[in-house]
Design a protein around this ligand. Sequence first.
Ligand code: NAI
Length: 331
Amino acid sequence: AKEPVRVLVTGAAGQIGYALVPMIARGVMLGADQPVILHMLDIPPAAEALNGVKMELVDAAFPLLKGVVATTDVAEACAGVNIAVMVGGFPRKEGMERKDVMSKNVSIYKSQASALEQYAAPNCKVLFVANPANTNALILKEFAPSIPAKNVTCLTRLDHNRALGQISERLNVPVSEVKNVIIWGNHSSTQYPDVNHATVKTSAGEKPVRELVKDDEWLNGEFITTVQQRGAAIIKARKLSSALSAASAACDHIRDWVLGTPEGTWVSMGVYSDGSYNVPAGLIYSFPVTCKNGEWTVVQGLPIDELSRKKMDSTAEELSEEKALAYSCLT
Ligand code: NAI
């Protein structure tokens, strides 16, 4: 039998946490033959709710779930974890400046970064979900220098999946037949959902999305803004954030990272830029990646047209500004 993998979820008493932990315990993240031990961290005001989640995990009698650690102690939460999904954080409240929120979160992630460095398993993989996800991941990377940069990522898979979903709806084809969209840049409204290389499997073979949709105005306009604004649209409809789809995307992200992407398919992940596609090195930026043997590689050599270049640059610019803001909080 396989050794259990320890998975940390921070902010586990929150909305995404509540959707995510049962998925992990059912094997959605790491496979139906992989036992797991869940580590759940939240803050003292949420301790009772966190314990309630733990009770439900026990009650669900998940065969793969070999243990649950529910704690408000960062060191205990990080002890021996192989995967860390960072969902918890200080939310922006009415009347708060961006800098005030950033400043609160910088200090939270600074301490979580050093706890991961000290107590996590070697080669622990980190996924940042809490917003601003790219810049939070960058902060963690800065304060956990012994964790290799390649192990620190952020979630843009939800945006990637949203783009697949929009194409699937538009063409009335199963979403499983659509692939190789790209989310470039920030997990924010400046992200660039790119379909220039995306294809659909049809009875007549694989066809480019552009050829099938036959409506560049939609693809260059409404499609992009729909994906960019989808989070806000769901909050408006549900009065709550998109927890189900975010949790599902977090499982997709880790599963593909650990178990590999299918041949001929890439996915979007926020990763540390090495300057590929002229994206400034040292930002956490969403790229198309393939994964093998637990490592991601940026897909190289895709032709970039003028419109794409502009959009890729403007989302990079926003990330540089966020980075500067984060650094200005490091006093
Ligand atoms: P939520 O407010 O329901 O849950 C957040 C949880 O984090 C709460 O239980 C809170 O007590 C906890 N928390 C606060 N400070 C903490 C700390 N220092 N350590 C550990 N836990 C802490 O929020 P929700 O809806 O679950 O969203 C979580 C985050 O995910 C938000 O930042 C949201 O913007 C982001 N998000 C990101 C998405 C993405 O695609 N990257 C998609 C949707 C949401």
